[in-house]
Design a binder for this molecule. Sequence first.
Ligand SMILES: [Zn+2]
Length: 255
Amino acid sequence: MRFIDSHTHTYLRGPEDLELMSVAGVEGVIICSFFPVQPLGFSTMRDLFRWVMEEEPMRLSSYGISSRVAVGIHPRSIPEEDLKAVLDHILALFDNEKASALGEVGLETGSQEEEYVLTQQIRIANEYPVPMIMHTPRNNKEKIVDKLLGIIESENVDPARVIIDHLTPDLVAKVRSIGANVGLTVQPGKLTPKDVHEVILKNGPEGIVLNSDIGNKPSDPLSLPRVAHYLDRAGVGGRDIQMITYSNIRALIPL
Ligand SMILES: [Zn+2]
């Protein structure tokens, strides 16, 4: 089986994990930008983007893993200073076709500042237009998802280009009903392979993309192979498994 992990921070993991992923059939990943400390300003963000766009794809390719990069300001790491300069820089990266998507962006608490930063980024991404990977928080998820869907509508974003990520099973139908894609994160404390099975039985495989969100928090580089194994044993057809672990994300962000 072939896998593309639709949301990762592989640059926060060691080489052993990349080797494991490669051996297990993960042939591609989407690298999402996130800096785990609140950045002071422009230079931190510029260097983060250089890391994920220049250094990390080379490191991944040495393990036979291809990658595409999403750049953006995560709601938990909004720079203290130089916001305008960072936004201009993001625009330039899309202009030079150095980044394939906006992400990870979204809302954490749903504060006015977060909303402003998200909206500014959406307006930039809408110009190109690139896919957008949107984070949702652990707390207050339904309220934040509603807010995100409202922003998508009011900013005239094509929902087919959006992934609403880290969704819980109860919110899948709502996000699918407006035509946006659903990101399911399989990791300790989030979803299990069994949860994914239930979502597929209820909603089908269209518009659903799986990810490990591997990074600095507890997470599993083998999330996708493990889900595929579980679904296969549960009797889910190979085509459906392939859609959620490979082809749906490939159609959205070609690798
Ligand atoms: Zn993430």
